[in-house]
Write a protein that binds this ligand. Structure first.
Ligand code: ADP
Ligand code: MG
Ligand code: MG
Length: 889
């Protein structure tokens, strides 16, 4: 027999799924012996059934009546009975707290008769009519769908007419009038009278709360917080207690510690002579809760006592809603309270010191996302003002600088010591120097995994992307906002990568002691409580985690920084950038070479440059593995743009000159090498197999760097990684060549060179044939970006801006699969490759080097999948360490 209704005395916090957080915690407090007005909970199961069928499930209303009867019995009064009415509240409450997102109706049971009875027994007609007008207002808007603003307007008009600042100054007569006005409003808008039957009020309020689960606000909130849409809300029906009975009554909210900083002590607000919803609504000015000590010392002491009980019981910061009715304290809600990232770390450490929780529990209560927040500078929240625009918060942090509209200008101004914000419609690899020079990047197009977003995150640079309301005019070097405000080049902009907000002017930042500590070391740890707490959490995570954490880094500076952040090696050293800048000319030469000798010349010139890149990185990561990926992108990416070339040639011809023969040659090559789908074209291992000398050059540069470092007394641990392998034979052929070059260099130098050779697993075929590929691979590294693209058949650059937000809205995935690993699809391929790879080669080292390596949820997956390490951008290393520890709990 299904049951839909539970009395407070029957439940407990472990039933939060069924009773919602609010109901379950009310039951828990009841069991702890705290003063909770009695009541019962209609379960989420009933809600789900109602939402699925549009009708109350069979038996629910009978159960409600039965529990109501018990409530009436214990109160000695019946719901809404005329001479002395029992009143109840009907409160929403889901499994996960969604503060203020759903509906609650107070004072159910009042009508034209019982309001008189309430006036008599309470001795306060004013109170009775105040309660009645609250009911008509809440019921009218929540249940009957009258726009809440209309009630507000009626109230405001009356206050104005009477010349009073707030509703406590309205007389009883005013309130009687107000009730009439509200009832008329309800009738005018809905064509229906406010229902006088208490039973009808109760039943309709319960169903309205069910329906508020699907209200727009609630749905938006769930999407943002990743709360599933199918949980439903429970409904709590509870005897009313009255905070609006005069100056010896009131309502308040309290925290057992400061939710902003985590410091112990009593925090909260109190409002005399008010019902609870006034406190949250901010209708009147509250007083600090500590004032209660003066107003009502007995209730104050009791409250402190109850708060102590709750903290010890929940072993965590609790927040509380309370009401005092004529000197009697009632507890109306509690839950483990939300807190800032700073408070989360501080409280966890302090609770360990207080002996309430252990280090594991403390680690479970903090998060990588929280740590990331603490690492970035932020704006002083009190000084931001109204944003110019809002885009996607693509890379966290806060930075201000002069707006610039192209890469060269960014570089020029930065070199002159100016701080700049690079503004583009979207960025491409040519903008890299400007992105490096800028403090923040702002784009008007592109999603969270657009070029700008990915690169900025990798560099730990602030980025807001896809700010579509902005018209970015790079020609005229200015942007225009939706309301027509124009920002010219050089004007100051402030970019908030936490919220996506963009402000005019320079908002003062507050710097991050946590970042200073992570980069610098111990001194800070002792002087700052938050830093100390972060250090403790990380130490414990390092002690318990099984996943190793490496970094994606391709310069000595990044490698050194990653090492300070705790990376134990490099999981992905890209070699693309070693073909950019001044070296492009040599790359062009190599591509255009007609003879072996020409090619040889270009390759020979590239060799020492590459070698010195590798030497620096190997030095910074001495003693730790450095996985170097052979060239991956299609070669035409290193050639000039086709249109640009054509224009250059046409211009020369128009001037009557002969075009530069080199340009003509390049244009020809670009034409030849054009690909419709470059990401699925000639790239990765395919390049190595068809472009003579390319991979041997890179391998030789690695090997010679190893020799150099060995001779210098170092301990270089280079590993060579082949990208985009789909078949074992591809890898075998490359590997034979690698072995030949390594042997050559060893022979020439007399220094033994040993570099493990492995491959990326980033094509479904590689994952599905991993058992065979492992015959030739000493390690695997999952390239989850490409693996996601090729598994879904998504071209990341095309799909994100085009339709990902639709896909998220339609619930096709809860988060972009480029941000959080798609466990069911991509994850399954990972599982197959791990199992079959290890079956062939039990000591196969397996890691991941895609963007997912720094994503908390994905880190948990990789732990479960049995990987050896995750590799992520240097700034994500502490986050990954923490999450790898949490995954191991
Ligand atoms: P929310 O989930 O939006 O916080 P609640 O269900 O907690 O909504 O209700 C809002 C306020 O109404 C509470 O803060 C409380 O002060 C008041 N309230 C709810 N139930 C009662 C009750 N039985 N007696 C007195 N006040 C109540
Ligand atoms: Mg509440
Ligand atoms: Mg790849």
């Amino acid at each position: 027999m299904v049951r839909y209704v539970y009395d407070f005395t029957e439940g407990g916090r472990d039933l939060a799924g069924l009773l919602g957080g609010k109901g379950a915690n009310l039951a828990e407090m009841t069991r702890l012996g705290l003063p909770v007005p009695p009541g019962f909970v209609v379960s989420t199961e009933a809600c789900r059934a109602y939402l699925a069928t549009g009708a109350e499930p069979e038996g629910m209303s009978r159960e409600v009546s039965r529990h109501l009867a018990a409530l009436e019995q214990s109160a000695g009064r019946r719901l809404g009975q005329p001479e002395d009415p029992l009143l109840v509240s009907v409160r929403s409450g889901a499994r996960f707290s969604m503060p203020g997102m759903m509906e609650t109706v107070l004072d159910i049971g009042l009508n034209d008769d019982s309001v008189q009875g309430l006036a008599r027994v309470s001795g306060s007609a004013r109170f009775a009519w105040d309660s009645y007008r609250r009911l008509v207002q809440m019921f009218g808007s929540t249940v009957m769908g009258v726009d809440a603003a209309l009630f507000e307007r009626t109230l405001a008009t009356l206050k104005e007419l009477r010349g009073v600042p707030d509703d406590v100054h309205l007389s009883t007569g005013d309130l009687v009038e107000l009730v009439e006005a509200y009832k008329t409003l309800v009738r005018d808008v809905t064509g229906e009278d406010f229902p006088q039957s208490p039973a009808e009020q109760l039943q309709r309020a319960i169903l309205a709360v069910f329906e508020s689960w699907n209200g727009e606000r609630a749905r938006l909130y769930r999407r943002r917080e990743h709360i599933p849409d199918d949980l439903g809300t429970a409904v709590t029906v509870q005897r009313m207690v009255y905070g609006n009975l005069g100056s010896d009554s009131g309502s308040g909210v309290a925290f057992t510690r400061d939710p902003a900083t985590g410091r112990p002590g009593l925090y909260g607000d109190y409002l005399p002579n008010a019902q609870g919803e006034d406190v949250v609504a901010g209708i009147r000015n509250t007083v600090p809760l500590t004032e209660l000590e003066r107003l009502d010392p007995r209730s104050y002491r009791q409250l402190l006592d109850h708060m102590g009980t709750l903290e010890r019981h929940y072993r965590d910061l609790c927040d509380i809603e309370l009401t005092i009715e004529r000197g009697t304290l009632w507890m109306l809600q509690t839950r483990v309270g939300k807190r800032t990232a700073e408070a989360a770390f501080a409280i966890a450490a302090e609770l360990v010191d207080e002996g309430l929780i252990d280090d594991d529990e403390a680690l479970a209560r903090v998060s990588g996302e929280g740590l990331a927040r603490l690492m970035f500078p932020r704006f002083d929240a009190s000084r931001t003002g109204r944003p110019l625009a809002r885009g996607l918060a693509a890379s966290p942090g806060a930075a201000s600088g002069a707006a610039v509209f192209d890469s060269a200008e960014a570089v020029r101004r930065a070199a002159a010591g100016e701080q700049v914000v690079l503004v583009r419609q979207e960025t491409n690899p040519d903008d890299l120097p400007g992105m490096v020079a800028a403090r923040a990047v702002l784009t008007s197009r592109g999603g969270k995994t657009s070029h700008a977003a990915v690169v900025a995150r990798g560099m730990g640079k602030v980025c807001v992307c896809g700010a579509e309301e902005l018209a970015v005019d790079t020609e005229r070097r200015r942007l225009t906002t939706a309301d027509g405000t124009v920002v010219e080049e050089g004007a100051l902009l402030s970019v908030d990568g936490f919220t996506g907000d963009v402000y005019a002017g320079a908002v003062p930042p507050a710097d991050s002691p946590v970042l200073r500590y992570l980069e610098g070391g111990r001194a800070e740890e002792d002087s700052d409580r938050v830093v100390g707490a972060v250090a403790r959490a990380l130490r414990h995570a390092d002690a318990v985690r099984r996943l190793e954490v490496r970094a994606n880094a391709d310069t000595p500076e990044d490698a050194a920084r990653a090492r300070r952040f705790g990376a134990r090696g490099i999981g992905l050293c890209r070699t693309e950038h070693m073909f950019l800048g001044d070296r492009r000319k040599l790359v062009e030469e190599m591509i255009l070479a007609r003879t072996d000798a020409e090619r040889r010349h270009a390759l020979d010139a590239l060799l020492p440059l590459q070698r010195s890149d590798f030497t620096g990185i190997l030095e910074a990561m001495d003693g730790l593995p450095v996985t170097i990926r052979l060239l991956d992108p299609p070669l035409h990416e290193f050639l000039p743009d086709r249109t640009e070339l054509a224009v250059r040639i046409a211009a020369a011809e128009a001037r009557g000159e002969r075009p530069d023969p080199h340009d003509a040659e390049l244009l020809d090559a670009v034409g030849r090498m054009h690909e419709e789908n470059p990401m699925l074209g000639l790239r990765g291992v395919r390049l190595g197999l068809v472009v003579p000398g390319l991979f041997p050059l890179q391998v030789r540069a690695v090997a010679e760097a190893v020799v150099e470092r060995t001779r210098a007394g170092g301990d270089p641990r280079a590993e060579i990684m082949v990208p985009l392998v789909g078949d074992v034979t591809e890898l075998r052929l490359v590997r034979e060549e690698v072995a030949r070059v390594l042997a050559e260099v060893a022979e020439e130098s007399g220094v033994p060179v040993r570099c493990p050779v492995g491959t990326m697993i980033e094509l479904p075929r590689a994952a599905l044939t991993a058992g065979r590929i492992a015959e030739e691979a000493e390690f695997f590294s999952f390239g989850t970006n490409d693996l996601t693209q090729t598994t879904w058949g998504f071209s990341r650059d095309d799909v994100e801006a085009a339709f990902f937000s639709d896909y998220l809205d339609k619930g096709i995935f809860p988060a972009s699969p480029f941000e959080t690993i798609d466990r069911a699809g991509v994850g399954r391929l990972v599982g197959i490759a791990v199992a079959e790879g290890r079956a062939t080669r039990p000591d196969l080292t397996i890691g991941v080097c895609g963007e997912h390596g720094g994503d908390p949820e994905s880190v948990h997956f990789f732990h479960t999948a049995g990987l050896d390490y995750v590799s992520c951008s240097p700034f994500r290393v502490p986050v990954a360490r923490l999450e790898a520890g949490r995954a191991a709990l």
